[in-house]
Design a protein around this ligand. Sequence first.
Ligand code: 5AD
Ligand code: FES
Length: 355
Amino acid sequence: MDGNGEKRADWRPLVDELEARRALSVPDYGRLVSCPDPALDEELARRAREARAAVYGDAVFARGLVEFTNVCRNDCLYCGLRRSNAACHRYRLSADEILACADEGHVLGFRTFVLQGGEDPFWDDARLCELVRALKAAHPDCAVTLSVGERSVESYRALREAGADRYLLRHETATPAHYAKLHPPALSWENRMRCLRDLRALGYQVGCGFMVGSPFQTAADLARDLKFVEEFKPEMCGIGPFVPHRETPFAHEPAGSAALTCRLLSIIRLIHPPVLLPATTALGTVDPRGREKGLLAGANVVMPNLSPVAVRKDYDLYDNKICTGEESAQCRGCLARRVESVGLRLVVDRGDFKH
Ligand code: 5AD
Ligand code: FES
């Protein structure tokens, strides 16, 4: 009996249990996260592809991303848009510029627009609701996803009534003590969770998510992230490797690994087969074939950038971010080819969550 054979036998019952129960204990999630055997990645990815195919076939959904403001009142320690970063060149698109990006995206076939921005006080409820109404009026066949951070329940309600369909708010980490190491004292894990609960109660399709390899993160933290996903059952889940940004306190921290990110994508697909899982830009940044690997691990969403090329470099969350030089049509074509290269098909409908 060789040592390797024993190691393999170690994880197989856990993978079987995960597939049968769609759940594991936190310690068992931790075992899958820290297992050094690359054969585990293969097996998880194979089963994740099967689970994805059973719900969505070979479809990969495109979301047109408009990064509409990089002004942010927050000071998250990992993020290049943090307010303490005086070297960041700030911009704010006008409503007309945002609507023009969406028009261009609509011609390219996109039926979901993601409006993503920093927590910019200029975009108060009145202005943001007006923008959502204008976008829905111009493109009634499209879903509007907001990704603009923490707001009050009243604000989330007003935006929902204005027509917003979905909301992305990564929980960042399910461990309160870890949250406190990544954020200034003004931000709290409790408020983050309050936001996610409110969004869900208001009828949004909700996306949570976290970074892989963020500073101070342990396997136990990731195990708790997986348990959170299992319990919350988000409609979407955004995960990507941490990538350092030169003008932040974490400038010299190592980037997260593409392989571990892919393993987590597979586990999340097996926990919650209908979840919409993007192959993220951060994954494509740490590995030139990162997004393809993410799709092969069970991801089924890509988010081509529709922002005007003039501002792309300024939406500088982390160093060496990709897709900053390409026009929208080029970005879409590039992604369509990448999706096809792994035997999947880029589709252009709204790509709603399947219950
Ligand atoms: N590396 C990777 N992801 C990051 N984000 C912010 N900064 C970084 C970074 N340095 C992610 C956060 C946030 C989302 C908009 O981008 O998870 O929620
Ligand atoms: Fe944007 Fe390749 S996906 S340029």
